[in-house]
Design a protein around this ligand. Structure first.
Ligand SMILES: [Fe+2]
Ligand SMILES: [Fe+2]
Length: 135
């Protein structure tokens, strides 16, 4: 069973960003599936590393776009992205070091963070982007 399901409430009214968010949800689900299947650590490492790289790619794209459109709450947004990146790095590092790093609470953190970030923090820029693009 999926840890997370894409919800239309996650949409930020931007096809590219929605696609990137869907990919993040998919990668968190892959990590969860690998954990449930008892996949070897190298397989978990690989997915954690894909998630980390993709999150970095997405955050950079989003931050660049928000800067371009003069989004006023950009600093707090960047801080939240940094928090997620840092948690991911901790987890990936612990996996690599052979400490299993409690994957279940970690996955719960990922799920909760992503849901909240998408429905509150990312949702906060959707209206600003629409207005800025229409101007
Ligand atoms: Fe964001
Ligand atoms: Fe985002």
């Amino acid at each position: 069973m999926c840890l997370m399901t894409w919800d239309p409430a996650f949409s930020v009214d931007d096809e590219d960003l929605d696609r990137q968010h869907m990919r993040l949800v998919q990668l968190v689900n892959s990590l969860h599936d690998a954990m449930l299947a008892g996949s070897p650590r190298h397989a978990m490492d690989r997915i954690a590393s894909d998630l980390s790289m993709y999150a970095r790619f997405h955050f950079r794209k989003e931050e660049d776009l928000l800067k371009l459109h003069g989004y006023p709450a950009i600093d707090a947004h960047i801080e939240e992205h940094a928090e997620f990146r840092s948690k991911l790095d901790d987890f990936a590092g612990a996996l690599k070091a052979g400490r299993q790093a409690l994957p279940e609470p970690f996955l719960e953190f990922m799920k909760t963070w992503l849901c909240r970030h998408l429905t509150e923090t990312d949702a906060g820029y959707a209206c600003h982007l629409n207005i800025s693009r229409a101007a």
